[in-house]
Design a protein around this ligand. Sequence first.
Ligand code: CA
Length: 235
Amino acid sequence: MEKNPELRERILIIEDELPMRTVLCDCLERQGYRVLSAEEGERGLERALKDQPDLIVLDIMLPKLDGLALCAELRRLDHRMPILMLTAKGRLEDRVRGLDTGADDYLVKPFSRDELLARIRALLRRHGRAAQPIHTAELGPVKVDFDRQEASRQGAPLHLTAKELAMLRLMTEHAGEVISRDRFLDVVWGYAAFPTTRTVDRHVASLRAKIETDPEHPRFIQTVHTAGYRLLLGP
Ligand code: CA
């Protein structure tokens, strides 16, 4: 059943009809995905921005903010996670508009479970999130080996904690992209713990002290005001 035990891509379902939402959640959870959900558009947009899922399954007809507007807003804010739109049968114009606003694919209700899963796999594959596990990173004089969980600075061992390594790995996998504090908490700390976003800031400070030449003016781990952190790799 556990198709992707380590990768555990996170999928956000935005759907107002409870039976459909339940079916989608169950079906995706059974495949090993981590499922988040929202029952209306505004909340869906909020979760998409905050939780930064790997993929969104988005219904078009939604209260408060419809799927087309939501999709357009995410793209306007430069969020590129794949979006699979669910459209009502026979509404060709919805499909066209969906793709025009930035959806990557669509599925017409009612759809088969197998087709839904196949399209999700294809989108995730195309987006490349799960495809290439990161093994190493180079940050100036610092080299990190994620497989061995080791780091060095100019050849000398550099101690990084498991949390620091996990944060660095997440940032390396998404180098150049902004990672929100909530995403760090979700991926690095998981659901079981109750740290706060301040925990993330403290760990970033400690990581900078270890890897940056001038931690006050970080070259690699950049703060993106109100949004989170971004890693810039380089020699
Ligand atoms: Ca609906």
